[in-house]
Design a protein around this ligand. Structure first.
Ligand SMILES: [Zn+2]
Ligand SMILES: [Zn+2]
Length: 707
């Protein structure tokens, strides 16, 4: 969430992709690294964009749109049809200092495909944009911030801009409506299919018109919605975070967004009716290699029977298998407890992807309180598909860098009140955030412990990790705070991005064999502190290089992803200043070394990801633990029995023992030999309900390799 971490800026038609806009951040957007550090690019982009706008002569009639966010007009789109048939599109909005300013010239051919496009200006994070596409005489070529490609003898495809405007969504829908099956092959890859969902009449008091909601698949994990008017011109494109709508019609925006949200909810309910496989009988996995998470060993040729929502038996033969049981042949497969992701800021739409990854329990360490309580209930009731949810309530102080969850905590009374509010909501843990006043920490810890809740968190600005341990923290989130313990010069500024940049630049210079580090580790051990290192996010942030897929850690599954998600994978990462490459690489190794050191000293590690790429990132996190040198069996324990014990839920979860809840995954191959084998989860069982993981992935536009 937000300043926990960096976030890649991935946009489609001028608006953020789904993952970038969880509900916890409605009206907010995760702050990108580049945000803080791209001031130079910003100034350059202004100079490029502004004079050319002023110099242009306007032909035709401009069609005017407002950009509306939280009920306030914060920008505009203007589309002008030029005499030569091309479109001149200007798009800009301002969102607390961020926001794009783009100008596109777009030509379409007679089939409605884009034949040339040129976009200049800067994007949401104020990074300069200069994107071009042409398709001429069978040659498609384009360049943007990440790609530079030429394809000769190519058949026509529709080009999706890296940094486009809402207008391009309408151009795409119009092209699709003229194409066979309303489907379009896309540059750089993939396919979109457009369907008309519904047409409704709207009125603004002066006029009325009919507008149609379209839905385009294949671009993002969820279908993208867009509204056209009776002339097939753009009417509205957006989400509650922000939307463009025809000027003069913002009074109907809420109605259109409601219709979209209802559609999203209906699609979610449809999945919840079609994907779960419920058998009125037992499920038996026979002749399987069973991962005994308590002992960290494989038990060969086991047979496990699930009945109802619990594990009925675990045995060496199928003697206990009821005759009418649904059997799964476990030959050459491994049966493991359902996986845990201990750091996932949840969005309801993540549900199917998380189960597809094998994750049956998540801990949410910071979200809008009402939203997370509602989502947890929807997953539990089966209204929506998703894992079990454990709530850790986030408390943060005031100031410029406060987490966008609603309430802030500034007084002793508020501290007590907010802990009790979370307790009522069902939270079992409090997560302290970076801007909390250190003077309030003892109150929060005392009240949380009195309520039987755990306490974890960021280390608040003004404190070091060792101080937080002495104040009664049970757990420290994020590996960077362990390094910051040895950078006291940053102590008063860690509510700012310094907590990310200082560690990226200096973690590699900390001697992990030094006496101060040894003393600190001994302190963590003596207080039985748990670490939720989310090492993957720090590792990829320091190593991701623009345009280099291998550097992201997700090369193996990039081809599975919807086009706009996969091509923006390499846009994350910290900006590379002079001399930083080597420092970043040293720090990336230091993160892994720290994880290995914690583990070697008996400090419990729980696997969490902080939403690097929900549905794919837990396995990457586990791969990094293995890369750090932790044995695979113990890596798997960090995502099964260890989190269950830490959360005091090991009486029902975390291992495959009779009487425990029926949460398990069937993996083709053996992840004890190679952690990456976890990508071959074929079946996920949660509470005795079975899911085909490939069908789960397909439901969100992910084309996983069959297992
Ligand atoms: Zn965090
Ligand atoms: Zn987080």
């Amino acid at each position: 969430m937000c300043t926990c971490r960096s976030h890649r800026w991935s946009a489609l038609f001028g608006l953020p992709l789904e993952d970038a806009t969880h509900s916890c951040l409605s009206g907010e957007l995760p702050l990108g690294r580049r945000d803080w550090l791209a001031a130079v690019g910003s100034a350059a982009a202004w100079v490029m964009a502004s004079p050319s706008l002023a110099a242009t002569k306007l032909y035709g009639t401009p069609v005017q749109y407002d950009f509306v966010s939280s009920g306030v007009v914060k920008g505009s789109q203007t589309t002008i049809q030029m005499p030569d048939g091309s479109l001149d599109v200007r798009y800009e909005f301002i969102d607390r200092g961020r926001g794009p300013k783009l100008r596109s010239t777009i030509r379409c051919d007679e089939t409605g495909f884009i034949s040339s496009l040129h976009t200049t200006g800067y994007n949401y994070l104020k990074v300069a944009v200069n994107e071009r596409f042409t398709f001429r005489n069978g040659t498609a070529s384009w360049q943007n911030s990440v790609e530079q490609q030429t394809h000769r003898n190519a058949s026509p495809r529709f080009y999706i801009s890296m940094e486009g405007t809402p207008e391009e969504g309408a151009i795409m829908v119009r092209a699709a409506l003229r194409a066979q099956n309303a489907s379009l092959p896309l540059w750089p890859s993939g396919l979109t299919k457009v369907v008309a969902v519904k047409t409704i009449a709207v009125g603004n008091g002066r006029a009325s018109t009919r507008v149609t909601m379209y839905e385009a698949s294949g671009l993002d994990f969820a279908p993208v919605n867009l509204w056209l008017d009776e002339n097939n011109e753009l009417f509205m494109s957006g989400i509650s975070w922000g939307a463009v709508i025809r000027s003069g019609w913002s009074s109907v925006l809420a109605q259109l967004l409601d219709a979209q949200n209802e559609r999203v909810a209906e699609l979610g309910r449809q999945l919840a009716r079609s994907l779960p496989q419920r058998f009125g009988t037992a499920i038996a996995v026979t002749n399987v290699s069973l991962f005994d998470s308590q002992r960290g060993v494989i038990v060969p040729d086991a047979t496990v029977v699930f009945h109802g929502d619990t594990i009925a038996s675990v045995g060496a033969s199928d003697a206990a298998v009821p005759r009418d049981a649904r059997r799964i042949d476990g030959t050459n497969k491994t049966l493991l407890p359902g996986l845990w992701n201990m750091h996932m800021h949840t969005f309801a739409g993540f549900g199917p992807r998380l189960l597809a990854e094998g994750v049956t329990t998540i801990r949410d360490p910071g979200n809008n309180p009402e939203y997370i309580a509602k989502t947890k209930a929807q997953f539990e009731s089966g209204e929506l598909i998703g894992p079990r949810v454990i709530i850790a309530g986030l408390v943060d102080g005031t100031g410029k860098y406060t987490a966008p969850i609603g309430a802030t905590t500034a007084t002793v009374d508020e501290a007590i009140e907010h802990v009790r509010m979370y307790k009522k909501l069902g939270a079992v843990q409090i997560k302290i955030y970076s801007s909390i006043d250190p003077k309030l920490v003892p109150t929060i810890v005392k009240e949380a412990h009195a309520q039987g809740m755990r306490v974890s968190g960021h280390i608040p600005a003004g404190m070091l990790a060792q101080d937080a341990v002495h104040e009664g923290f049970d757990e420290i989130q994020h590996v960077n705070f362990l390094f910051l313990n040895f950078m006291p010069d940053t102590m008063n500024f860690t509510q700012t991005p310094i907590r990310l940049t200082a560690t990226a630049e200096r973690a590699g210079t900390i001697d992990l064999q030094s006496q101060p580090v040894k003393d600190f580790i001994a302190l963590l051990k003596s207080k039985e502190i748990v670490s939720d290192p989310t090492v993957g996010i720090f590792y990829t942030d320091t190593l991701t290089r623009t345009g280099d897929l291998a550097s992201t850690g997700f090369a193996e599954i990039a081809g599975w992803l919807p086009v706009q998600v996969s091509r923006t994978l390499t846009t994350g990462g910290l900006p590379l200043g002079p001399g930083l490459d080597g420092k970043y690489r040293a720090s990336a190794q230091a993160y892994l070394d720290m994880v290995a050191l914690l583990h070697a000293n008996g400090i419990r590690i729980v696997a969490g990801t902080d939403d690097v790429l929900p549905g794919f990132d837990l396995i990457h996190e586990l791969e990094l633990y293995a890369q750090a040198g932790i044995r695979n069996a113990q890596v798997l324990q960090a995502a099964t029995i260890v989190p269950a014990r830490v959360m005091h839920m090991d009486d029902t979860l975390g291992s495959l023992d009779p009487g425990k809840l029926a949460d398990a995954i069937v993996v083709h191959g053996n992840p004890l030999e190679e952690i990456s084998q976890l990508r071959n989860v074929g079946t996920t069982i949660k509470g005795g309900v079975m899911y085909d993981t490939r069908a789960l992935y397909a439901s969100c536009g992910v084309r996983a390799t069959p297992v």
